[in-house]
Ligand binder design. Structure first.
Ligand code: F6R
Length: 573
């Protein structure tokens, strides 16, 4: 949800900022822009097209100071005026902002100046201008009047100040100066160590000096962290990030297993002595892996539930010290998931983060971390990270039940034999015209149906639902006719016959059925899966369905890496 960057360097900061924005583009791609300081004034260049367009527009411009932004629109439509950076009404201060200023309307009323955009961020830059003192003093005192979240970079003359509350922000020395970005993978210019800004911390960045301040304006000391190697990606390059990332699933599962078997990650966890229940909390795709995790824990005899973070946050769940709370998140930045973790931390519950991003906010909130080693995921639609989450949750369930040792061989065999399977193109040609697609399954296959349906919706914009096969006849069967495509997932032996009866009921009403299964076809058109470890079949079955969403999206002429209305990191509530 918006990415920001800032450079103050001896070399051309504009070029470095464009490089960072290219990496940050996954956080929002509604518009982008850069402000730079040159010849005693601020110059601003924006684009509604993409970072490549911004690169062309800035090619001939050079400056030692630049701030950049890539936007996911919250306040105000996708227009050049609403694109960041925003300038104060005197044009002397420029600001980029990731977050939401909740009280912007009240602040705006009191500011008494002319506004160019509909954004909350323009209110913030004008608020900063109205404060007194040096730029850092103005930023800190303005932040006290602000309700909401922010990661900001602000320039005035030759000065660069950054600060944050809730939204992520990291600063570092690079080869030729200093840099701040929303994501450590977006550091360019040979960064080796970096600093994490905590909430209501600020920094003044100079080419060879970084000064940190707390919310009272007092100088504070911070320790640098080593930049982890996870920022490097794996080596499959296809025409879209999504295709590369699905294809990387085999490598990253192998990698994840190797890391778990060759390290003390599991034995070093500080877990409650007696775990009576495991509750998993997450959003979107990560919620689906949480649902899968709950099934794994129950199979090992541990009571377990999965919750959507935005519901749990305001719900009335009864908390317990004998419960382990697991927060599942690829980015470790998702606002609702983090809010739940903070809430439970205050109540001194046992927390564990399952994330794919080292040093992320969620890892810092939780006592324990289970990493997935999926490498950076750029595509908005989560694919390889989902498979790694499911895999690690299975591994962890075996560990808790003291069954891991007995299953190591099977896990190794699984990662060796696992193959990434594309969706049959000839079959796709026959079914891509459907505009109403249901995914059905039972037990874990129902969870796969939920995830397959979400993937299809988010990148191909086809109206799709997932429903537990047994529930169809309690209402939804009324929608089934010749215009309905039903994709049924069947990898659970114990409910196989039941599912087939449900499919016959669909066929009798004219619906077209495609079966995704490692069992016999029963006369239905089938996408054949290899039979592997039954508990890990959800990883086998989701791959052709991720490809189904991707191929549908391509057939319909959309870009899978930039689905409309979405962004990779959801840092707002
Ligand atoms: C869908 C997708 C989203 C995310 C959700 C949570 O493909 O990626 O539904 O799963 O926004 O994000 P994380 O896992 O970063 O907390």
């Amino acid at each position: 949800m918006c990415g920001i960057c800032a450079y103050k360097t001896k070399e051309n900061a504009v070029k470095l900022a464009v490089e960072s924005l290219k990496i940050l583009e996954y956080r929002g791609y509604d518009s982008c822009g850069i402000s730079l300081f040159k010849n005693g004034k601020i110059e601003t260049i924006k684009s509604l097209v993409d970072i490549e367009d911004l690169r062309k527009k800035t090619e001939s411009i050079s400056s030692h100071l630049a701030i950049g932004h890539t936007r996911w629109a919250t306040h105000g439509g996708v227009t050049l005026k609403n694109a960041h950076p925003h300038l104060s009404s005197s044009n002397k201060i420029a600001l980029v902002h990731n977050g939401i200023i909740e009280n912007y309307k009240t602040l705006k009323e009191n500011l008494n100046c002319a506004f160019q955009s509909e954004t909350d961020s323009e209110v913030l830059v004008n608020l900063i201008e109205k404060e007194g003192g040096s730029l850092i003093e103005k930023v800190i005192s303005a932040s006290k009047k602000v309700e909401g979240t922010f990661a900001i970079a602000v320039i005035e003359n030759d000065e660069l100040v950054v600060g944050k509350r809730e939204s992520p922000l990291y600063v570092a020395f690079c080869e030729s100066g200093v840099v701040a970005t929303s994501d450590i993978s977006a550091f360019v210019g040979n960064v080796k160590e970096f600093y994490i800004l905590n909430d209501d911390e600020f920094a003044c960045l100079n080419e060879n000096k970084i000064e940190f301040f707390n919310k009272n304006g007092e100088k504070i000391k911070k320790n640098a962290e080593i930049l982890p190697k996870i920022t490097q990606n794996f080596k499959i390059f296809d025409k879209t990030h999504m295709e590369s990332e699905i294809k990387e699933t085999k490598i990253v599962l192998k990698n994840t297993l190797k890391e778990y078997l060759n390290s003390d990650i599991l034995t070093n966890l500080n877990l409650p002595k007696k775990i009576k229940e495991i509750d998993l909390i997450a959003c979107g795709t990560a919620y689906h892996s949480a649902l899968m995790g709950a099934e794994f824990f129950k199979e090992q005899g541990i009571n377990s539930h999965a919750y959507v973070a935005s519901e749990f946050r305001y719900g009335k769940e009864i908390l317990s010290k004998n419960t382990l709370y697991i927060f599942v998140s690829q980015s470790g930045e998702t606002a609702d998931t983090i809010a739940c973790a903070k809430l439970l931390k205050e109540k001194k519950m046992h927390l564990l983060a399952l994330t794919n991003t080292p040093n992320c906010v969620l890892n810092r909130v939780c006592d324990n971390v289970l990493p997935t080693f999926a490498g950076k995921e750029f595509a908005v639609a989560s694919t390889k990270a989902y498979c790694c989450q499911v895999f690690v949750l299975y591994l962890f369930s075996l560990f808790l039940a003291q069954n891991l040792q007995d299953n190591i061989e099977e896990l190794i065999k699984f990662t060796n034999d696992f193959q990434v399977q594309d969706f049959d193109r000839a079959l796709l040609d026959k079914i891509y015209h459907y505009k109403k697609i249901f995914f059905v399954g039972r037990e874990k296959d129902y969870i796969t149906a939920l995830e397959a349906s979400l993937k299809l919706k988010e990148i191909s914009y086809i109206n799709s639902i997932a429903i537990s096969a047994g529930e169809l006849k309690h209402g939804t069967l009324a929608l089934v006719d010749e215009s309905t495509l039903i994709i049924a997932i069947s990898t659970e032996e114990n409910v196989r016959e039941k599912l087939f009866s449900n499919l016959e009921e669909i066929r009798a009403r004219g619906g077209e059925v495609i079966l995704v299964s490692n069992f016999k076809s029963g006369g239905f058109t089938k996408v054949s899966l290899s039979s592997m470890c039954e508990n890990l079949m959800p990883i086998v079955s989701i791959i052709p369905l991720q490809f189904f969403a991707l191929r549908m999206c391509e057939k319909l002429g959309y870009n899978p890496d930039k689905p409309k209305n979405l962004a990779k990191s959801v840092t707002v509530e």
